[in-house]
Design a protein around this ligand. Sequence first.
Ligand code: SF4
Length: 508
Amino acid sequence: MNGNGSNRLITKRAFLNAKKCPRLGWETMNGAKQPLTLEAEYEFFEGNQIGGLAKKRFQNGIEIADRDPYVAENETRRVIGANPHSVLFEPAFIHRQFVARADILVPTETGFSILEVKAAMEQNLENAQGKEYLEDIAYTIWVCRSAGITISSANLWFLSRAYRYGDCEDTMFAEIECLALAEPLIEAYEADSGRIEGFLLDTRPDPLLRAECKGCERNTECFTDFYDHTIFQIPRITSAVLQGWIDEGITRVEQIEEPTGLNANQERVRQSIITGQPFLDSNALEEELCAWRYPIAYLDFETIAPAVPILPNTKPYEQIVTQFSLHIAQNEGDSICSVRSNHHEYLADPLDLHASVIGLAEAMVNALPTEGSIMTYHQAFEEGRIRWLMNWLTDQGEEGLARQLEPLLERLVDLEIAIKAGYYHPDFRGSYSIKGVLPVMIPCLTYTGLAVNKGRLASCVFSNMVLGREKEVRQKGLQTPTREDLKKYCELDTWAMVELHRKLLSFL
Ligand code: SF4
């Protein structure tokens, strides 16, 4: 309990979220805890995995293990007093109501060096993501300093882009010294801390509509009428433009004054929202669809991207293709039943990934027709994965197989581009993703109810299989989807493309 009678502590996450949005910060600190998901659990696992590898670089470091911040702070001070030359892992510091736990604290001649270890490959602290890492470490420095610890240097550790599977673990991290860059933020945090402390410890602030609401997972909780604020549905609009409109009291597309300054696609979306009617440009649609050649192969990949490489000659977060689904329509007039039954799939063996990735490429080459279009949804992804397979197979001495993949590239076509060219429905709510488009265009097809219903989830599920973590995950009370669940998900992705393609053809 501190002097003002409150023992509620403000964490780094709550503080930094509060700087973005008071309501978000308040919910982070005081709101109901979100139930643990497989994706969040896997993220924690990878964070701990990377943190553990960083700690291995320091022999005899002392872990401050207690999760209670007050107990941990006492223990930190006791250990620093008793072992002033020891490296500390997860030491805790408290300044007023603010708590921080550094990842690693290293004694130096003039104080301590803070190391914050990030499960990421950032190299540039000037871009949006890099700035978040800088804000993160600035908070920790601010609390440590304010609690009386002299900070002589501060370093962010990222996974090195040069690191490859099997390299010495000592080369896994790339370090960026950032104390000077963080200084202005530290000053600003001290100046703003009273205001933030005030509202985080007070009653829940009312939500205030802002540009950040667009991507915020709480937007429909904060605003039951969120989808009435239709400016958020205009695709590829910048935050600055959105915020400018909001500041002028414009939250519905009808309120945007002419000339709107929107590009053709954005204007089409605006008109569709205003009229409540779908937009259809059958000429543009026909131009796209007529360029596709039968047999049409509907192809979708799933991948994993492990932080710590698990395949030869891969780097951290390299996307490894582990699964494909493929439906084939031989001719334009094929019945839906014949396309449905012309299905091929491959799911790697998690216990033999190296052989499985080679097997996947072979199975795909064997299953694909030798001519015709290969349809994807968001072509850049499948194209990137085929190129990755070509490079990786070449590295593994499978040049012949890699060469068989090359001609596939020029046969790729993109269903998403066709939809963007010729169709928009106001219920897309600004999203052309297959998850946004499918329930509107083909209401009877849905991902709801599937044990695996998102690409990120599929990736976590298969990664857990590869790493043998399923029992550990179940012990945390989570269900672990099966191989069949993964297959159903990937199959639905390509079946959705078949149905969407047929729907577009019906518009001509
Ligand atoms: S939806 Fe908007 S107001 Fe609500 S928490 Fe998110 S950013 Fe803040």
